[in-house]
Design a protein around this ligand. Structure first.
Ligand code: GLN
Length: 489
């Protein structure tokens, strides 16, 4: 596999053929063990949730239609079929998938995950299914030609990966610094933008992106970094490992393994770069699916936050020190920590200790509603306190009871004061849904990352996505203002 790429640049068709042959003759293809007894299927009838990376073509990425495809995905589905178990795939990102495994959000990780000694201490691995390595790459036009050229420069790496470890181990020798990203696409973007001089990723991934037309070149030699395996938490799910190994052996024996590899690595040539409007037309349906999730997450969060804000807001103005303290602590906590930390806490932290796993949507809506609820509490408090004290006193002296004075006299004025701040908070919450991409919620930003991972067209895609958010937020603003005018005049 090693020099496939060098040759590929010279003669794509020949090399594609050679790569196929090499693949067939790879040690793994030869090491195939005879198919075990097909009647003994250790995971038959079971259901597993498997975490994977988001953007790691050709192992896992989204097809044009938004489906998870790639060597890992096809192998996993084929093994599951062969072994009679079912799988649900969660596309989270590499580091996030490993964290999700540790917090038992998923049963296994299959994400081009290298089998390393350090990892073997915490995870059990299946047999190796692909031989990989680590590779530096830089823009084609860059002056960086060898690792020595990276002195004093910045190199993008991917959090928690074997590639990041490798870069750290040689950065002293070559005198570069590293910056970590959570996704392959982000590393590539950083290098494309010129912020980093090079990036480090697994060799087959770099090779594939170049084959797909990414304007990059290899820098230095491929460094060995172990083979890929499926991981489960140590001591858990031995049946899954057993079943995967058996299924893999069967696929190797019946030729399906080679077919899957050939499907993604064979002669497919570079994809033609389409124009902007073709790109828009191609990606629009996927983006609209993302927008629907964004809208649902935002609407749910805003509705729950309103309820929380009104409840805690009234506690704050209740005059009862205990109730006031409860509401204040709530506001302190959720205003005093970043939303992203809250998202991680609910999605990775809580399940790790309680064993109760939350879906990305539940964890996301929970976080955003608690967060926005804290701000809305302050809006409600400020609104009520913003109404002149004399209003309440006048109402009471006219003989109206407290509740009546509140609902008939104070609140109508308070709501007028609160509305602009509420509209602001709606917009903030809608935008905050984009943070939920980090836990794999398939909302608009996430869909964008997925598409860019496939086509490497970050400028046009982020422009399109920015415009979509802009339009939606514009509509939300106009609608809120209309409602405001109608009811508050
Ligand atoms: N093979 C690398 C690792 O296991 C990277 C995997 C990935 O980025 N999905 O660390």
């Amino acid at each position: 596999m090693r020099h496939i790429l060098d040759r590929q640049r010279r003669a794509p068709a020949v090399v594609a053929l050679v790569s196929l042959l090499l693949m067939l003759a790879s040690p793994f293809a030869r090491a195939a063990t005879p198919a075990p007894n097909p009647n003994n299927k250790p995971a038959q009838g079971k259901h597993y949730v498997v975490g994977t990376d988001t953007t790691f073509a050709p192992f896992e990425f989204r097809s044009e239609s938004g489906e998870m495809v790639g060597i890992d995905m096809d192998l996993l589905r084929a093994v599951a079929k062969d072994q009679g178990f079912s799988v649900e795939i969660r596309s989270l990102g590499f580091d996030a998938a490993v964290q999700a495994l540790q917090s038992k959000q998923v049963d296994a990780v299959m994400a081009g995950m290298s089998i390393t000694d350090a990892r073997k201490k915490v995870f059990d691995f299946s047999d190796a299914y692909y031989d990989s390595g680590v590779q530096f790459a830089a823009p084609k036009a860059s002056s960086v030609a060898k690792l020595e050229d990276l002195r004093g420069k910045r190199v993008a790496v991917k959090t928690g990966t074997a590639g990041a470890d490798y870069a750290d181990s040689v950065k002293g020798q070559y005198g570069f610094t590293t910056v970590a990203f959570s996704q392959t696409a982000d590393m590539v973007n950083d290098v494309t933008a010129g912020s980093s001089a090079a990036y480090v990723d697994d060799y087959p991934v770099v090779a594939y992106s170049i084959q797909q037309g990414a304007p990059m070149k290899l820098v230095g030699d491929k460094a060995p970094a172990g083979s890929y395996g499926v991981a489960v938490n140590k001591g858990t799910d031995p049946e899954l490992i057993e079943a995967f190994n058996q299924g893999l052996a069967n696929l190797r024996a019946n030729g399906q393994y080679d077919q899957i590899l050939a499907k993604y690595l064979g002669a497919q040539g570079t994809t033609q770069r389409s124009g902007f409007f073709a790109l828009l037309a191609d990606t629009f349906p996927t983006l609209m699916k993302g927008l629907a999730i964004t809208a649902a997450a935002a609407a749910l969060s805003i509705a729950i936050a309103m309820v929380l804000g009104i409840a805690f807001g009234f506690l704050k103005v209740s005059g009862n020190p205990l109730l006031n303290a409860i509401a204040s602590v709530y506001v302190w906590i959720f205003r005093g920590t970043p939303v992203l930390v809250q998202v991680f806490f609910f999605y990775f932290g809580i399940p790790a200790v309680t064993g109760v796993t939350l879906t990305a949507l539940t964890a996301g809506v929970l976080t955003l509603s608690l967060n926005a609820g804290a701000y809305m509490t302050e809006i409600v408090r400020g609104g009520i306190q913003g109404v002149d004290r004399g209003q309440m006193e006048a109402a009471r002296s006219l003989g109206l009871p407290y509740m009546k004075s509140m609902t008939k006299v104070v609140l109508p004025q308070a709501i007028k004061i609160m509305t602009p701040s509420f509209i602001n908070q709606f917009i903030i919450t809608l935008k905050d849904t984009s943070l939920l991409a980090v836990i794999g919620l398939a909302e608009l930003t996430y869909m964008g990352q997925q598409i860019i991972a496939r086509n490497f067209r970050s400028f046009e895609m982020w422009l399109i996505i920015g415009v979509i958010y802009f339009i939606v937020i514009g509509l939300l603003t106009v609608a809120s203002n209309t409602v405001d005018k109608r009811f508050n005049k």
